[in-house]
Design a protein around this ligand. Structure first.
Ligand code: GDG
Length: 476
């Protein structure tokens, strides 16, 4: 469906995200970056976004570009003030908490709201000159909601799509955002608006209808004025086969041998999350402590490894969380441990990807208990990493988008319920191999079809113009 049009026109893909992963020799990119690069490789195109650098003044037309094969990486710097207001401010202290149902942690400020829309205009200005008439534009995530509308203001009639990686709450919650109506108008300016789950789609459609901005039709489209847009779920996946292979090969890694030796036969529980309040770290530690309290005979026979690379430390709520989790881990180890046993092994460093897959494979239990998560790829990586003959058990929060796909095989928990989660840990550690294999197969059936490649291909299929529109010049 996707590629050069029948007229031979050069239909490239333009991917836009807040940060751009320019490939660097020797550095291994994350799963999503690899997938988006694959999408760009297949048609040629541009990946546009912030360079991650700041400078005192920004020339409205300057860009850094780097050509890698058929892909151009185009980035812009931002001023320190823009980063503080647009990125650390509105994006990460208003949108992120509200979209994760945390009005209590959100902070609104008029200057930051203005900066958010202003930086999106700046992005649109820099991007508009790069877009050819038949290019497809695919915008990613909450930092860039108004970008499509800003591009339309500059006269672009291209097909423009948007994918939100995080949850979209119901109007009762999300309407608290400053600039709420403008955000909805921004989203309605796209041709395709994609979410992780059907639940997010329902919420968004309710928002449009309640604000009088759109009416949903039976075929899943939404009528917005004289336009029709597609609003649908595109649950993101992983490179299931690639992860399984990497985990299989991890047996030979020295990290795997060191970890195995250190376990001395103990059962392993693992958690892997960016240090973020949406991930439910404090609740998870409480549940593990509740498990140990209910099963003192297991002390010294289990080990819980929590890998939590620091993130967004410049945002005060994250710096606070860093301190709180560190204190909680220290207290739990002090109160529950012994001179020859540490209940929680806690790392705040980044661990290499291959090592991570090896650790997943060694683990008997994967603890994925966010309080709210768009999807959660760790849940999927944990499952794909398991030994098919002797797989571990996934304990998964009902509030992760992944629960909609994996509920047939995971033990679904309410992460706020420490006693219920402790019971799930006990059940997981005592589950028969037969039941573990059956549950694992059920989840793998889903993961083998809903891969990350299927995700971008489905999104681009929805975004590509219908056959009859392709050869005709755009009429709008
Ligand atoms: C957002 C949404 C949605 C973690 N620690 C290390 C490491 N990781 C990798 C994991 C996984 C990724 O980071 C985390 O992905 P998640 O999906 O769990 O979480 P977010 O970062 O919050 O992502 C989320 C996602 O976007 C995609 O749409 O699923 O809901 O919040 O791949 O493996 N990787 C390495 N070292 C680490 O220490 N190498």
């Amino acid at each position: 469906v996707f590629g050069p049009g029948p007229s031979g026109g050069n239909q490239r893909l333009i991917v836009v995200s807040n940060r751009v992963s320019v490939p660097r020799a020797g550095a291994s990119a994350g799963g999503l970056a690899v997938a988006l690069e694959a999408a760009l490789q297949s048609s040629g195109g541009i990946w546009f976004g912030w360079s991650g650098e700041t400078r005192t003044a920004i020339d409205a037309d300057s860009l850094h570009t780097q050509q890698v094969g058929p892909v151009t990486f185009a980035t812009t710097d931002l001023t320190r003030r823009d980063v503080e207001d647009y990125y650390l401010g509105y994006s990460n202290r208003a949108l992120w908490p509200v979209c994760h149902y945390r009005l209590d942690l959100s902070r609104f400020n008029e200057r930051e709201t203005q900066a958010y829309f202003r930086v999106n205009d700046l992005f649109a200005r820099k991007l508009a000159g790069l877009v050819g008439p038949s290019d497809l534009v695919w915008v990613h995530d909450y930092h860039l909601i108004p970008l499509g509308a800003a591009l339309r203001d500059r006269g672009l009639t291209n097909r423009i799509g948007f994918f939100l990686h995080i949850p979209w709450p119901p109007p009762e919650v999300v309407s608290a955002l400053p600039g709420y109506r403008r955000l909805l108008q921004g989203l309605a300016a796209y041709d395709v608006v994609g979410f992780q789950t059907e639940r997010d789609v329902e919420h968004f459609v309710r928002c449009l209808e309640e604000e009088g901005l759109g009416t949903s039709e039976d075929d899943g489209t939404v009528v917005v004025g004289d336009r029709r847009i597609e609003v649908a779920s595109f649950p993101i996946g992983i490179d299931t086969e690639g992860v399984a292979e990497m985990a299989d090969k991890s047996v030979g890694l020295s990290s795997t041998r060191r970890m195995l030796a250190s376990l001395e036969g103990k059962r392993l529980l693992i958690g892997v999350d960016r240090l973020d309040y949406s991930k439910g770290l404090r609740e998870r530690i409480r549940s593990y402590v509740a498990y140990l309290a209910a099963h003192p005979e297991e002390k010294g026979r289990v080990s819980y490894l929590q890998i939590t690379p620091k993130s967004r430390s410049e945002v005060p709520e994250y710096a606070e969380l860093e301190r709180e989790v560190a204190t909680q881990v220290g207290e739990a180890n002090g109160a529950c441990g012994d001179f020859d046993w540490t209940p929680i092994r806690y790392l705040t460093q980044n661990v290499p990807h291959a090592t991570l897959m090896g650790l997943y494979r060694m683990a008997d239990v994967g603890l994925v208990t966010p309080l709210r998560d768009g999807m959660n790829l760790v849940a999927k990586e944990f499952v794909a990493s398991q030994d098919p003959q002797d797989p571990g058990v996934l304990i998964l929060s009902r509030y992760a988008g992944a629960a909609f796909e994996l509920e047939g095989g995971a033990l679904i928990v309410n992460p706020y319920d420490a006693v219920g989660t402790a019971e799930a840990i006990d059940r997981a550690l005592r589950m028969s191999r037969g039941e573990r294999r059956e549950r694992w197969e059920t989840m793998m059936d889903v993961l083998r079809t809903h891969t990350v490649n299927a995700w971008w291909q489905n999104f681009l299929a929805a975004l590509s113009p219908a056959e009859d529109e392709r050869s005709a010049p755009s009429s709008s």
